[in-house]
Design a protein. Structure first.
Length: 160
């Protein structure tokens, strides 16, 4: 049985879908623009829908950046370097990125790094402490944590 082509959605139907898409979780303008491109709409209709979503606060890059930073530190265990890079890829303005990263609590961030390192330390195989620390540092750097902080934590908390 052949599958019928889906009926194109009207701009009002797309607006309703996009409002639900934005209400489900924080989105940035780039995500919404990319999603709008999947619908068979004119450029003017896409622009109108995007402007409506921005004007009615369904989409807000500042709010997105703040939520993204909190989520990636607390849930994913990412460092600030990796978070900054991903926000830049999302087209977030540098001043918004700096403001969002500045809100990260330093004590919580350091504790999160320590948790990431402790979890990884259980699985690292190394012949000596130096090699183990090198592997842990490489892992933390790959996760986006700053080199000076990684080595500081390794020196203070892993030499006990």
């Amino acid at each position: 049985m052949a599958k019928q082509a889906a009926k194109p959605l009207s701009p009002d139907q797309v607006l309703d879908k996009m409002a639900k898409y934005c209400a489900y979780q924080e989105r940035c303008v780039k995500d919404v623009t990319d999603k709008l491109k999947t619908f068979d709409l004119s450029d003017q209709d896409r622009e109108t829908i995007l402007n409506y979503l921005i004007d009615n606060r369904f989409v807000n890059n500042e709010r997105f950046a703040n939520a993204f930073v909190r989520g990636k530190i607390n849930q994913s265990g990412w460092g600030l370097n990796k978070i900054r890079f991903h926000l830049m890829q999302k087209g977030i303005d540098k001043t918004l990125i700096d403001a969002a990263l500045g809100q990260a609590d330093e004590a919580t961030y350091r504790q999160r790094l320590l948790e990431v390192l402790n979890l990884k330390a259980k699985t690292v195989k190394a012949e000596n402490d130096f090699e183990k620390k090198r592997k842990l540092a490489a892992y933390a750097l790959q996760r986006g944590f700053e080199a000076h902080l990684v080595w500081e934590v390794l020196k203070e908390d892993f030499e006990k």
